[in-house]
Design a protein around this ligand. Structure first.
Ligand code: IMP
Length: 430
């Protein structure tokens, strides 16, 4: 049986929600392996809209096990709110349908405060984060001063963990002009929230390995996109976790050999939220049009997304770093009606042609896109369910993208509706 990893292959917001939902119907287990409630997945099921930030998309489907792996950073108060909201929409959530890894680090209120305080400083530090404490929580994980899910079960351990974190945080807060942390209040808040997290705590690595041996299908649901990866993204304008497919193994506790198919989600053009380099960005009427037609506003923060032409250089790179076996190409219909389309096929740097994005920030800033032009199409591709429904120019565009990124299209998504999908290769096929 196949286990599938889904990753965003650009800067996030590629339309993962729909594809993950489509695949999760066929999976037995759906696992998140990185990020936190900085993600925003919108699912439309039978006309009802579900908005998820932290919980795996499988949660809205009955009979599935949803898992939050140790690679995630978990805000327990947000968890409680998201669960309550979904229950209000009639979703059943029990310890049988949701498991949270015991070794998952928590996001505390002090992480959000620190994240926002840094972003508000008018200094070089601004990243354009979601302000949800993601970065500071990962810093504490690597700094070995996190409070983890299992620590909530024992009061003496909890106090030790909090004290360890506060030595660091109070020093930092002094520097930022923030009040010291109210230790007693933090402990009281953690004691109060503990039961609603511990209810779902489980040795996720063990459960997943048992499921795998029993032949169950596991879907690993990535958040954000590979260009926001802490190692391979446009550092420092990235998120604080590994986003690429390898993280599915370390972020849940299964071996890398258990991953059978990596599906990269790729939008037919490029967007990003927040600061950072974006070589093919358009600050003109075409960019405006892509944003309007594509409804490019952040799900979590409501921020307007920056838009640009499809950048094949970046996607070829992310397909390589994630070992993508096939892509799901989304939002092709947003390109309907453009007379001419451009694809970035290489960069020019200091008079030389480059087929990848260099790592050095000054070089990234000097890269200018080299475009290839293709004729657009005037017909609508929205809702197409077979290749025969697509205009010839649209098919040529997709085929050219496949060539340039050196990776085949497995799925083509032509509207937010789940049925509007052209299946080329089934990622779950044996
Ligand atoms: P953080 O993850 O809140 O630390 O934000 C770091 C960067 O990642 C910022 O540029 C955010 O806009 C971006 N980011 C975080 N989560 C998402 C997402 O789900 N989609 C798109 N961008 C994201």
């Amino acid at each position: 049986m196949a286990n599938v990893v889904v990753v965003g292959a650009q800067w996030g917001d590629e339309g993962k929600g729909k594809i993950v939902d489509w695949l999760s119907e066929r999976a037995d287990v759906i696992a998140r392996f990185q990020g936190g409630h900085n993600a925003g997945h919108t699912l439309v099921i039978d006309g009802e809209v579900f908005k998820l930030s932290l919980l795996p998309s499988g949660i809205v489907r009955g009979g599935k096990l949803s898992v939050i792996g140790n690679g995630v950073v978990l805000d327990p108060w947000h968890l409680q709110k998201e669960i309550a909201g979904l229950r209000g929409q009639g979703v059943t959530i029990t310890p049988e349908t949701l498991m949270i890894a015991e070794n998952t680090p928590l996001i505390l209120p002090i992480h959000g405060e620190l994240d926002r305080a840094r972003e508000e400083q008018t200094s070089v530090a601004k990243i354009g984060t979601t302000g949800r404490g993601i970065g500071p929580a990962y810093e504490d994980k690597v700094g070995r001063r996190s409070v983890r899910v299992a620590d909530l079960a024992d009061d003496a351990t909890l106090e030790l963990r909090v004290d360890r974190a506060l030595v660091h945080h109070d020093a930092l807060r002094r520097g930022l002009g923030l009040e010291p942390v109210d230790r007693e209040r933090l402990l009281a808040d953690l004691r109060a929230i503990a039961p609603s997290v511990l209810e779902y705590a489980a040795p996720v690595w063990k459960v997943l390995n048992e499921k795998r041996r029993a032949g169950k299908r596991i879907l690993f649901e990535g958040a954000q996109g590979a260009l926001l990866d802490i190692d391979f993204g446009t550092y420092p304008f990235v998120t604080s976790s590994n986003v690429i497919a390898g993280q599915a193994a370390t972020g849940t506790g299964i071996g890398p050999g258990s991953i059978d198919f990596v599906l990269g989600i790729v939008k037919a053009y490029t967007t990003r939220v927040g600061e950072g380099p974006f070589p093919a960005e358009l600050n003109d009427a075409d960019g405006q049009r892509l944003g309007e037609r594509g409804h490019e506003f952040g799900t979590v923060t409501g921020r307007k997304r920056r838009c640009g032409w499809f950048d094949a250089v970046l996607v070829r790179q992310t397909c390589a770093t994630s070992g993508v076996n096939g892509i799901s190409f989304t939002k092709l219909d947003v390109l309907d009606g453009f007379e001419t389309l451009k694809i970035c096929v290489a960069y020019e740097l200091d008079g030389k042609r480059l087929d990848y994005l260099p790592t050095a920030a000054d070089q990234q800033a000097r890269c200018t896109p080299i475009y290839e032009e293709m004729p657009g199409w005037s017909e609508s591709t929205e809702g197409a369910r077979s290749w025969a429904d697509l205009p010839a120019e649209a098919i040529k565009y997709v085929r050219r993208v496949e060539e340039l990124i050196e990776c085949p299209v497995a799925l083509l998504s032509t509207s937010p509706e789940r049925e509007d999908t052209i299946l080329v290769t089934d990622p779950f096929a044996d």
